[in-house]
Design a binder for this molecule. Sequence first.
Ligand SMILES: Cc1cc2nc3c(=O)[nH]c(=O)nc-3n(C[C@H](O)[C@H](O)[C@H](O)COP(=O)(O)OP(=O)(O)OC[C@H]3O[C@@H](n4cnc5c(N)ncnc54)[C@H](O)[C@@H]3O)c2cc1C
Length: 395
Amino acid sequence: MRHTFDYLIVGAGMAGESAAQAIRGADPKATIGMVGAESHTPYDRPPLSKALWKDGKEEAIWRPIDKAHAVIQLGRHAEKIDRDEKVVHDDAGDTWQYRKLLLATGGTPRTLPFGDGIIYYRTYDDYRQLRAKVRPGARIAVIGGGFIGSEIAAAMTISGCKATMLFPEPMIGARAYPAALARSVTDYYRQHGVDVRSGITATGGKVTANSAELELSDGSTLQADAVVAGLGIVPNVKLAQDAGLQLELGGIAVDGHLRTSDPDIHAAGDVAAFPATALGRRMRVEHENAALTMGNRAGLCMTGQDAPYTELPFFYSDLFDLGYEAVGVLDARLETVEQWVTPFREGVIYYLDSGRVRGALLWNTWGQVDAARVLIAAPGPFDAQSVSGRLPVTA
Ligand SMILES: Cc1cc2nc3c(=O)[nH]c(=O)nc-3n(C[C@H](O)[C@H](O)[C@H](O)COP(=O)(O)OP(=O)(O)OC[C@H]3O[C@@H](n4cnc5c(N)ncnc54)[C@H](O)[C@@H]3O)c2cc1C
């Protein structure tokens, strides 16, 4: 079957939905098509590892895609772009003609070469699968000590399960937080009952529908009722790569107007490597704020508006009752300056590189995201003394 649209969006996720709304607002008469590989309409992913394990309601995660009046084809994978014909081919043999195309294809979780039943946590279906296994006392092994792993371990513990975390780093969040904070977070997890096994990886094992046995790098084995992994994602660039679009940082390279190397094809969200003006370099991030704002700007740009993406995205996380917002680069290898009101509970951490602020971690500190963006854009030079106090701690 052949479909024809003014605007075609591949990827029915957060960036795709945001783009569809922006297009509809700017071009009320346009035809918009959306092809999504999942069987669900677009939804918010952050609640899958947070609110839905507390008081959040499932009905609240769905994004209001109806308002965009797009034709949505779910459960369909776009396989190939013919740039000369301006047509996308899908895995059912349908063709999708476009005038402007958006690639909002997100990423696919990294996997391990064993344990077929491991839940690589990314989608609503993954949430449903895990939810079915969660009951008080269930043993849940969580592989990965980054954002997803630490949020899921907290969620499992809050739900009454016995969570065991495995990761190669010495502490939870070791790549992002300064050592003292990472140590404190790790202790905090242990105090909440999580069995934190740092410096340990899963090297093999068998995972069935109801039980799992993992072989660990210290020679021991771990029995569990379910295994969840958060090992990062690989951006879904195959469509773009096969079409000869320029790639960078593992994603699709876009300019300040989120155009790829083909002016009729835009990209947004986790898959897009965009110029971050404030940092003076290209960046690819996996953040809700980036997906929504990039989707919005890409949609507007596709309709012909001059709507550059100039925002430095922020992200956030919840770890039991600790929480933070963060802007820019959080890399523990940079010089870090810690400004605590209450050590490891309320404060700000600045990440410095060559006299510039490259990132800010606002630990239980709220309402400072815009000020952090201004600070990161400021030419400096800053050092530990002059940067301290620039962002007030406002709990
Ligand atoms: C559990 C979880 C918790 C998170 N928590 C936070 C948080 O607290 N804070 C934060 O800032 N960010 C968080 N994130 C990250 C945030 O959700 C992502 O950055 C955001 O979802 C990215 O949106 P996207 O539209 O780029 O990609 P996605 O939302 O992944 O959407 C991409 C869609 O494209 C589809 N697709 C891919 N290839 C094709 C194809 N060829 N044809 C058709 N469809 C295709 C995929 O199936 C997918 O549905 C979290 C993510 C997860 C998974």
